[in-house]
Design a protein around this ligand. Structure first.
Ligand SMILES: [Zn+2]
Length: 1021
């Protein structure tokens, strides 16, 4: 029945179906390609567009060649809203409706958002009502409470009796996963409650007059309307400095100001005069700063700004928010947020308190930008509800003073983490569970990857984040699936082979995922023997799909992280794929296979997501492996994709080094389990499209079975209601997760930005990096829903449209040239760089999987790395000096200036380092000085530089120390490991180096100057 490792000879003894009842794989798994088109007629049309990153093209009409970032005003098209017609099919819950009214104005223009291609379901803001009754006390509802109902359809009338869909139907429709296990969804459901959607406890909040609704404290009708604009006595015209807040702007003991009151007379202080310049890019092309480009500082009073969220964690494309959608439309710039919510932080205030203070209406966490009306009342900065200050919050644990709620850490830190009390748990926090799934086919063994991975695991086993509850397990597969019993007390691991891949079952489920502490020796034994076990295999087939099904079944009861290592195109069982890449068509911008060929991986990912399992895919393959299809397993389960093309332990040693370094980071970095994230924003703003790896569980709740510190997200927004009475708006992300120590925690970031009324102010506050990053995310969606060519056109049009708007609507006198606001001086350059990025470039250079991987990176990387990949940094390094150097831990780190990406900046007598994020290239000129050659490279002469040199020797010279310190410092800044190639001018890799010279003309793309001329012609039309 069972063959043990020691005598395992392949083909091993196989197991028949175990007598124990193992859950059969649900009928939802289809083998072979499944039509991926529009949903069946009975299904809600909203099933198709979905979490952005959805690679399923919807039934949307072809999009225009530019983006409508925003929505046209209400008009005839509103009837296109697919939801309107589909409501009758949605399941009941009508009995719940009458108690709840929608908060927002029900602006029908919102409905247009449903038409956007590649969009996640729009959310409404404030979030929709749930079933909880008015008067529900502060805090999350009881776990056993009724499931929330979240409407998909904005209700035009607050008294609408249109049935709202139940959550389950929403899942099925939104995720396109009609087979998703309903039982799990009931569980999911309650996560929504726990983080707290919009708990609309105040039916009177349906006032259709936004001015009234936002200006009056609902429970305090005695406050004068227009309260917002009323500057409290004594502050009119008062110079900002004289307010003299010792610890932030909220000290009501001096005045009863809230943050919203400060700005009226105090804006416009922080903008540097340089920022007001208008630049003619045709005359001043070289606008690239010599030091890394800093994000713009929002034009806020310094007392507010100093409390604001770090832009590395949370930033907005426009640091000045236009007060109306019409103004935003005029600017032709996208409005959106870029987040890095789980970034490793050196300092993070953590609050343990039984009372987490949140707004009764919209569930916003108390934050530095709320206003205290007095000691006992605070006003929410998102929905303007006035809330009571709980008794416990009156005491400040830091100062041990009673009566200082405004000095509590929650009100002094825009980034904070709460230890969540038990109400935030649906079940006891899950243990850390790690399952590794290894391809052991002939092809896999040939690459030698298994040695590296097993060795890395052995080295890092004690560093896996976890506690005494940590569980671990292993599955290997080729044409069959192999399980490993690691039960405590066994003398050695037992291998169990299941050959029935049509109907996979789990033998001995209780012994396959084991407690790491209790079975550590067995685990180590297995990791030592695994690489040898398959050395003689002749099995070429790969049953990845069935192996994933088995892994999913094994992890379903707990949730956790599944790490899958695959080296080829899966060709057996469900999820088998066929080669689709045609090298001749690589150059075509039209027909390339960017969409998945089967929905098997997406469906399985959604099942995983429902059971709190995330799948990380490590693809190590020299051949086409259809990453467009395989990647779905990670995208929708909130996993990550790692790609090591042409991995080989002997032929490609740098990839081996890269894998080892990145595995170390992967295995040891922080991890959050069973997480959800919600982003809230001030009433009037609306979030409608999410980008990243996740599943949109309900209208605006992102399901993240795992969250890792290296993942980024983006969202698009619109201005739903005018913000005319509002001077500040805020955005808040809340990430609820289980730590590897089994604690339930909530990490909250709050960003505050000013509202402006003129187009010029909107332009002055533009954040060109955030804009480029958001456009890149949108362009990936466009590639998938339309075509690569469309996406490229839309990128170019984004520049033309915004600069045309600036020229015609802001500049009074029409000068010749290409006039841009200082804030957008790098916009054309960054868009040109995007066009030359692997995701979007044309030409025959990019293999399909590489392109798909680049697109995955666009979607999943934090902005800083996306920008580095897109527009690399170039430094001259043969003359490094200590001038301006950093000093970190007694090491001197030179800081050479950043150069423009053009061969004009290179010279044959120098050496230049190109840092493109995941790869670095050190180009050595023919006449490079002997000093650099011998003191840094350790070679006699230029010709003795080896063809493949990927490491700098550490020589005992100051030049070597400086160069090595600089490169190491760059590498340490990021969670992945950039390979370093040292190349001579005539090296074959030279073309790769030159490809990054964004400002130069390439095979299929314009030079920067030509691009500027093109833009100018279009703008001045
Ligand atoms: Zn609120």
């Amino acid at each position: 029945m069972v063959s043990t490792l020691s005598n395992c000879q392949r083909p091993g003894q196989t197991l028949n179906r175990a007598p124990m009842a193992s859950n059969p794989v649900t009928a939802s798994f289809h083998s072979g390609p499944v039509p991926r088109m529009s949903p069946p007629p009975s299904q809600h049309p909203a099933a198709t567009p979905m979490p952005s990153g959805s690679f399923l093209p919807g039934a949307n009409p072809p999009p225009p060649l530019n983006w409508q970032y925003n929505y046209p005003s209400p008009g005839p098209q509103t009837n296109h809203c697919p939801h309107a017609s589909s409501q009758p099919i949605l399941s009941g819950n009508t009995d719940l409706i009458t108690n709840h009214q929608r908060v927002s104005s029900g602006d029908p223009s919102l409905q247009n958002s449903y038409l956007k291609s590649g969009s996640a379901p729009p959310s409404v803001n404030p979030p929709l009502p749930t079933t909880f009754q008015p008067g529900t006390p502060l805090g999350p509802p009881p776990v056993a409470g009724p499931p929330p109902v979240r409407a998909l359809t904005p209700q035009k009338s607050s008294h609408s009796t249109v049935p709202q869909p139940s959550f389950n139907s929403a899942i099925n429709q939104e995720g396109g996963a009609p087979h998703t296990n309903n039982e799990s969804m009931v569980t999911n459901n309650t996560y929504d409650e726990i983080e707290g959607g919009g708990f609309l406890a105040t039916p009177q909040f349906t006032n259709k007059n936004p001015k009234m609704a936002r200006s009056v404290g609902y429970s305090y009708p005695s406050l004068p309307p227009g309260y917002q604009n009323t500057t409290p006595p004594g502050t009119t015209g008062m110079p900002s400095s004289s307010l003299n807040y010792p610890s932030g702007p909220l000290a009501f003991s001096q005045t009863s100001l809230g943050a919203n009151h400060l700005t009226a007379s105090m804006r416009g202080l922080s903008l540097h005069p340089e920022g007001l310049r208008v630049i003619n890019l045709l005359q001043e092309r070289n606008m690239l700063p010599a030091t890394p480009l800093q994000p713009p500082v929002p034009n806020l009073h310094e007392d507010i700004q100093k409390l604001n969220c770090n832009p590395e964690l949370f930033r907005c494309t426009l640091t000045s928010i236009p007060q109306t959608q019409a103004l935003l439309n005029k600017a032709k710039l996208p409005l959106g947020l870029l987040l890095h919510p789980f970034k490793d932080l050196a300092q993070l205030p953590v609050v343990t308190s039984s009372t987490i203070v949140r707004c009764h209406s919209c569930r916003t966490y108390i934050n530095p930008f709320v206003s205290f009306l007095d000691q006992r009342r605070w006003k929410c900065n998102l929905c303007y509800r006035v809330n009571d200050v709980p008794e416990e919050f009156m005491y400040n644990p830091l100062t041990r003073v009673y009566g200082e709620p405004h000095r509590r850490p929650e009100v002094q830190n825009a980034t904070i983490e709460f230890m969540a009390p038990s109400e935030y748990m649906l079940r006891p926090p899950q243990p850390p569970v790690y399952l590794f799934v290894f391809d052991v086919s002939h092809n896999a063994i040939e690459t030698g990857y298994l040695d590296s991975v097993c060795q890395s695991l052995l080295d890092n086993l004690d560093l896996l984040p976890g506690n005494t509850r940590t569980k671990i397990g292993f599955i290997t597969f080729d044409s069959t699936i192999h399980f490993y019993s690691l039960q405590e007390g066994l003398s050695q691991p037992q291998m169990l082979i299941v050959s029935d891949i049509e109907d996979v079952f789990i033998p001995m489920p209780e012994n396959l995922l084991v407690n790491l502490n209790e079975s550590k020796e067995l685990v180590q034994d297995l990791l030592k023997s695994l690489p040898q076990m398959f050395t003689k295999t002749l099995e070429t087939q790969s049953a990845l799909g069935p192996a994933l099904q088995a892994a999913f079944k094994l992890m379903s009861p707990t949730g956790g992280r599944m790490s899958v290592f695959q080296t080829q195109l899966p060709n057996l069982g469900v999820g088998a794929l066929k080669p689709r890449e045609e090298p001749n068509q690589r150059s075509s911008a039209k027909e390339i296979h960017l969409t998945p060929s089967t929905d098997f991986y997406k469906k399985l990912a959604l099942d995983c997501s429902g059971q709190q399992v995330a799948v990380d895919l490590f693809l190590l393959s020299g051949q086409y492996s259809d990453l467009a299809s395989l990647g779905c397993i990670s995208r929708y389960s909130a996993g990550s994709v790692y790609y090591y093309p042409s991995y080989h332990h002997q032929h490609n040693p740098v990839q081996v080094q890269k894998l080892q370094k990145e595995l170390h980071r992967y295995l040891t970095r922080k991890i959050g389990f069973e997480a959800v994230m919600r982003i809230r924003c001030t009433k009037g703003l609306s979030i409608h499209t999410f980008h990243g790896n996740f599943f949109v569980r309900s209208t605006d709740l992102l399901s993240l079975p795992n969250v890792n510190p290296d993942a980024g997200y983006a969202v698009q927004m619109s201005v739903e209601d005018n913000l005319i009475d509002t001077q500040l708006v805020s955005f808040q992300s809340a990430l609820l997760y289980t730590s590897s120590k089994g604690e339930r925690r909530i990490r909250v970031h709050t960003l505050c930005l000013p509202v402006v009324s003129t187009l010029n102010e909107v332009f002055l506050g533009a954040d060109v990096q955030a804009i480029s990053g958001l456009l890149a995310n949108m362009a990936v969606d466009r590639c998938v829903t339309a075509s690569l060519g469309d996406a490229r056109d839309a990128l170019v049009n984004a520049v033309i449209d915004s600069l045309s708007a600036y020229r015609s609507l802001v500049l009074s006198n029409q000068q010749p040239g290409l006039m841009v606001p200082f804030s957008l001086r790098l916009f054309p350059l960054f868009v040109l760089a995007l066009l030359k990025q692997k995701s979007f470039q044309t030409g025959t250079n990019v293999r399909l999987d590489e392109r798909i991987f680049a697109m995955c990176q666009v979607k999943n990387q934090p902005l800083v790395y996306l920008m580095l990949t897109t527009h690399p940094s170039l430094y001259r390094v043969d003359n490094l000096s200590d001038e301006g150097a950093l000093n970190i831990n007694d090491k001197t780190i030179p800081q050479p200036p950043i150069l423009q990406l053009s061969v004009e900046k290179l010279s044959r007598d120098g050496a230049f380092l190109l840092d493109a994020g995941s790869v670095m290239m050190l180009w050595v000129g023919k006449n490079c000085g002997q000093n650099f050659l011998s003191h840094v490279l350790g070679v006699q002469s230029y010709v003795s530089i080896p063809q493949t040199m990927t490491e700098l020797p550490e020589l005992d010279t100051p030049e070597s120390a400086r160069t090595v310190a600089f490169i190491s410092w760059l590498r340490e800044q990021r969670p992945f490991f950039p390979i370093l190639y040292i190349i001579r001018d005539e090296s074959p890799v030279r073309a790769n180096f030159l490809q990054h010279m964004v400002e130069d003309r390439s095979e299929s793309a314009l030079s920067y100057y030509e691009f500027l001329l093109h833009i100018q012609q279009q703008v001045n039309k």
